[in-house]
Design a protein around this ligand. Structure first.
Ligand SMILES: [Zn+2]
Length: 521
C-alpha cells in the first residue's frame, strides 16, 4: 500500500528528521520527499512524503504515525492511501479529457454570421453531443476572462486564484528544466531588434532550425551579481525560457514586452518612437523591495548582454545574408516564482497523463506530476499530428493511466491570427482524426469529455467571456443523454450540465467514474 502524507513543519534544523522518524521506525519504505514553499504568515513549510507499507499493517501504522505527530505537534494536511491496489482499481472507469483550445467562437461576417463550428463538418463531435450530456462552460465563472493556463488549472481542479504565480514557471517546467522553490522563471521571445532595442519582428521570423547556437551563446553570459545564476532554454520556434536562481531575487517585475502588462512609468522613451513602433520595455520593480529592484536590474542587464551575445553569431549573419530577420534579442515576460501544486494523484487518486504539444500545458502536466510524453509530430500548431496524439493517449490509457488529458492548441493559435479557414480545418481534423480515433478505441466503460476551455473569437483575435461548451460521453450503458444533438455554441446551454465551471469538471468526471466519495449516508 502506498501512502501519501502532507504535513506542515517548522522551518528550523532537525524538524524534517523528526517528521520522518515515525515513518522509518515503522518499517515503511520512503519513496519520495518534497517540500513546498515556506508560508510567510507562520514560517511553516509544507512537506509531502510518499511511502510504502505492507497491506496488512497500513491501518495500524497510520494510527501510530498520527499519534506520534499529535505528540510532536506536527500538523497533518493530508494522510491517505493512494488508490487501492488489487481488483478494486481495475473496475474503476477511466477518462480521456480532450481540450479543444478556444474551439467555440462568435458569429463571423465572412461565414454569413455563422461560427466556425456551425460551418465545419464534424460528425464525430455531433455524435458525442447527441449521445452524451452537454453544458455551457466557463472556466472561472461568467465574469472572468481567462488565459489557457489559468483555465487549464481550473479544469484540473486547482484554483488559479490560489496557485497561479505567472506564465514563466509553467513554460520552464514545460521544457523540463527543473524548478526549485524561490526560482524566478520567465517566458521569452526571440526577437529582431535595432541597437536601440526597437522591435522590428516580435517572433524573429519563426526561427526553427539551428536555434541551439542561440541557446548556447546566451548560457555563456555572465551576470554582474555573483549570487544569481540563470539557465536559458529554447522551447519551440521563437519561444524560449529563462530561469533565475539565487539570493535577493523576486518575480515582482514588469514585463518587457510592450504587448503585455506594460505599466505606465515603464514606457520610458516610448514617446521618442514613431507611431506604430514599439520597443523592448525596461524592466521595472512592481514593489519597492530590494529583491524586486535587483531582479529588474538583472533582467535589464540580461537583455542588453543577450543582444551583444546574439548579434554577430554566424546563425544570424547567415539569416541576414538570406534576407531573413535575425534573432538578435530576447524579450522576457510573465515572471513567476515556482508554484506549489499538490500532485494530480494526491488530489484525485488517479494516475494522470498529459498529451500536449505546447510548453505551457506540458508544464502544467509536469508540475502536477502527470506523465508527459514527447509525442512524435505534436507541434502545438495546426500542422500537429492529430492521429499521433490520439494514439499515444490510447496507449497511456491501456497501460496504467486512469486519466489522460489531450490538449489541442492549434485551434486557439489560428483564432488569434483571425485565420477562419485554418480554424475550420483544424476543427474538422480534431473531430474526424483525433476525437474519432479516441472514440473508436477507448474501452466501452470509459468516459470521453470534450471541452472548449474558453471562447476564442476569430473576429477579435482574442479570448472572450462568451460561454464555451462541454460534452461528456460514454459508449457503455448506465449513462443518460439530454436533448442537445449538436456540438454547437447555440446548443450547449440547453444541455443538462447547464452552466458548468472549471472547478466542476473533475468532480463531475469522478462521479461518472464512480470514484466520488459520497457526502452523507
Ligand atoms: Zn485556451
Amino acid at each position: 500500500m502506498i501512502i501519501e502524507l502532507e504535513t506542515l513543519i517548522e522551518d528550523k534544523p532537525g524538524t524534517l528528521i523528526k517528521m520522518l522518524m515515525p515513518i522509518s521506525e515503522n518499517e515503511c519504505n520512503i519513496q519520495g520527499i518534497y517540500h513546498g514553499q515556506k508560508r510567510e504568515e507562520d514560517n511553516l513549510i509544507p512537506v509531502f512524503a510518499k511511502f510504502e507499507v505492507a497491506d496488512t499493517r497500513f491501518r495500524d501504522v497510520m494510527e501510530i504515525i498520527r499519534k506520534r505527530y499529535a505528540e510532536l505537534n506536527i500538523e497533518i494536511l493530508k494522510f491517505a492511501p493512494v488508490g487501492l491496489m488489487g481488483k478494486e482499481t481495475k473496475q474503476k472507469k477511466k477518462t480521456v479529457l480532450i481540450v479543444l483550445d478556444g474551439v467555440t467562437d462568435v458569429s463571423l461576417p465572412e461565414l454569413d454570421n455563422k461560427t466556425p463550428l456551425e460551418v465545419a463538418k464534424i460528425p464525430t463531435l455531433h455524435r458525442l453531443a447527441e449521445e452524451g450530456i452537454c453544458g455551457a462552460f466557463t472556466a472561472l465563472g461568467q465574469s472572468a476572462l481567462v488565459g489557457s493556463d489559468t483555465a487549464m488549472l481550473a479544469i484540473l481542479g486547482y484554483d488559479p486564484r490560489e496557485v497561479y504565480t505567472g506564465r514563466g514557471p509553467l513554460e520552464v517546467a514545460g521544457v523540463n528544466l527543473g524548478l526549485q522553490p524561490g526560482d524566478v522563471s520567465l517566458r521569452c521571445n526571440y526577437v529582431t531588434i535595432t541597437d536601440e532595442f526597437k522591435l522590428l519582428n516580435r517572433t524573429a521570423g519563426y526561427p526553427r532550425e539551428g536555434t541551439e547556437a542561440l541557446e548556447q551563446a546566451l548560457n555563456q553570459i555572465r551576470l554582474s551579481d555573483p549570487k544569481v545564476e540563470f539557465e536559458f532554454r529554447n522551447s519551440q520556434d521563437y519561444r524560449c525560457v529563462a530561469r533565475f536562481r539565487g539570493y535577493n531575487i523576486s518575480a515582482d517585475v514588469s514585463d518587457m514586452d510592450p504587448n503585455y502588462n506594460a505599466i505606465a512609468d515603464a514606457l520610458d522613451n516610448l514617446d521618442l518612437l514613431e507611431e506604430g513602433e514599439s520597443k523592448i520595455i525596461t524592466a521595472k520593480p512592481l514593489k519597492p523591495t530590494p529583491e524586486a529592484k535587483n531582479m529588474a536590474s538583472i533582467l535589464n542587464e540580461f537583455v542588453i548582454k543577450a543582444h551583444q551575445a546574439l548579434e554577430d553569431l554566424p546563425f544570424n549573419q547567415d539569416r541576414v545574408a538570406r534576407g531573413m530577420p535575425p534573432a538578435n534579442g530576447i524579450m522576457p515576460r510573465g515572471a513567476g516564482e515556482t508554484p506549489s501544486l499538490v500532485s494530480f494523484r494526491s488530489r484525485w487518486g488517479m494516475k494522470g497523463a498529459c498529451v500536449a504539444g505546447t510548453g505551457l500545458i506540458k508544464g502544467i502536466g509536469r508540475l502536477t506530476g502527470m506523465t508527459v510524453p514527447d509525442v512524435p509530430g505534436a507541434t502545438g500548431y495546426v500542422d500537429t499530428d492529430y492521429l499521433s496524439k490520439a494514439k499515444v493517449a490510447i496507449e497511456l490509457l491501456q497501460e496504467n493511466h486512469d486519466f489522460v488529458l489531450i490538449h489541442v492548441e492549434g485551434i486557439d493559435e489560428v483564432s488569434h491570427d483571425r485565420d477562419v479557414e485554418a480554424k475550420i480545418r483544424a476543427i474538422e481534423d480534431s473531430s474526424e482524426i483525433l476525437v474519432h480515433h479516441v472514440v473508436e478505441n477507448v474501452p466501452d466503460d470509459a468516459l470521453v469529455c470534450v471541452l472548449s476551455d474558453h471562447t476564442s473569437s476569430s473576429f477579435h483575435g482574442d479570448h472572450t467571456t462568451d460561454p464555451a461548451g462541454i460534452v461528456i460521453w460514454s459508449k457503455g450503458p448506465g449513462f443518460r443523454k439530454d436533448q442537445v444533438s449538436k456540438f454547437l455554441e447555440s446548443e450547449f446551454s440547453s444541455g443538462s450540465l447547464a452552466k458548468t465551471e472549471g472547478k466542476d469538471v473533475m468532480p463531475l468526471l469522478m462521479g461518472y467514474m464512480q470514484r466520488l466519495k459520497k457526502f452523507g449516508a
